[in-house]
Design a protein around this ligand. Structure first.
Ligand code: SF4
Ligand code: SF4
Length: 163
């Protein structure tokens, strides 16, 4: 997100986790992020950190990017992001442990198919996740402005509001 500090300046508290550059996927009451389903400009760095490929011009290149205050207000930061001045944001985003991610894969896939994803994500990441959940995608569609949906093979199982 805009001002996510994925390229932090010295003394910034950002740990460059990149969680704020992933769309939230709502599963139950939890706002989670899925590895690989993230802003198309986010890149991996050594040591597990991330960096923004367009950080210096992100406001122009990525109109979806939020300022840090806006990301904080809209619960777009990690729940335990150090930028929260009042402690953890329970409505913030959570990374799911790999073991839990495996067992939650079907529920997450359903949530993705129902809600779609923002058009700014790296679509390849969504396709890879759905394929890993046994739901290979035959077609990407626009559900509504700025939101992509996915038609899954073999014909029939698809995101809401098929065109
Ligand atoms: S442009 Fe994308 S990767 Fe860069 S800070 Fe914004 S949301 Fe994150
Ligand atoms: S969630 Fe917080 S710590 Fe993680 S990249 Fe965003 S601003 Fe940095």
């Amino acid at each position: 997100m805009r001002g996510s500090l994925t390229n932090p300046i010295p003394a910034d508290p950002c740990r460059r986790c990149g969680i704020c550059c992933h769309p939230a996927v709502i599963v139950g009451r939890l706002s989670i992020v899925i590895p690989g389903i993230r802003c198309r400009f986010l890149r991996d760095s050594p040591g597990g950190a991330t960096t923004c490929e367009v950080y210096e011009r992100r406001f122009e290149a990525a109109p979806w990017c939020l300022t840090l205050p806006a990301a904080r207000e809209s619960h777009a930061l990690a729940a335990d992001c150090p930028s929260h001045t009042l402690g953890e944001d329970v409505a913030g985003k959570h990374r799911v442990r790999p073991g839990a991610l495996a067992s939650a894969r079907p529920a997450i896939a359903r949530a993705l198919l129902e809600a779609g994803v923002p058009a700014w994500v790296d679509v390849e990441g969504v396709l890879a996740f759905l394929t890993s959940a046994g739901l290979p995608v035959s077609r990407t569609i626009v559900i509504r402005e700025g939101i992509l949906g996915f038609v899954v093979e073999p014909g029939g199982l698809l995101s809401r509001n098929r065109d």
